[in-house]
Design a protein around this ligand. Sequence first.
Ligand SMILES: [Zn+2]
Ligand SMILES: [Zn+2]
Length: 287
Amino acid sequence: MRAFDLHIHTTASDGIMSPAEVVRYAKGKGLRAIAITDHDTIEGLQEGIQEGNKLELEVIPGVELSADSLKGTMHLLGYYIDPTCSELVDKLMVVQRARVERNLKMVEKLRALGINIELSEVKAAPEHGQIGRPHFAYTMVQKGYAHNMQDAFDRYLRKGGPAYVEKFKFTPQEAMDFIGKAGGITVLAHPFTLNQLQPKDLEALIVELKGQGLEGIEVYYPEHSEGQRKFYRYLAQKYGLVISGGSDFHGLAKDAVDLGEGYGDRELTYSLVEAIKTRREQRVKVL
Ligand SMILES: [Zn+2]
Ligand SMILES: [Zn+2]
């Protein structure tokens, strides 16, 4: 059993368990530290930290942000952020507002395509988490506009599809700036989703991001191969970045990765968390 899991979602974003449930579950599994890293929101942190204090489980306040990337998908994890930082709260509000606007635009596009749905119906979909494309797909299936969710995505909602609306994203620099202002450490999540097939291209990107404030790489992740883990670990060591790891737990759905599982080397120890903490303490001293 591992000592930590530094990538976890709750009902505050698209997870199935509430923050308190996640903490109790992690405690039951014998973990020593977890990070709650919901997409674009810090709303689950207070509840998670309180439950953590009660059960004596270390809960690291975190967040996961989507950032603009020329290729693939870039997610940045912020660890040890201060949830009361007003700049952080304001920036996350910008994302939430953009999400509402995006949903309204998708309704408009669908209606223009002859698909008669209302946002209120989409909101009522039993899909969990922040309202997004899965809720649209569910509603379209219910109303007979698509055979199944995949069909709704394939014909309408996929990236570039006729009802797709681009998501709002910060630049990596902006995201790292306000994570830093909130006292946090920015770690590049699951680098494989950047689709940098050439190792030298990923290395160049890491160097560029480091210049903008990147302080770590999520090396241990369920979808990373042994070779990828090795390469990411090498990059982290070469550029003085901290190493992180987590399951990206969203709940106990079928085929889902369980909390504290699936991200490689079973000998991973708590020292990894200590290294991130030490990095943060050094930074606080500088500030
Ligand atoms: Zn992610
Ligand atoms: Zn995630």
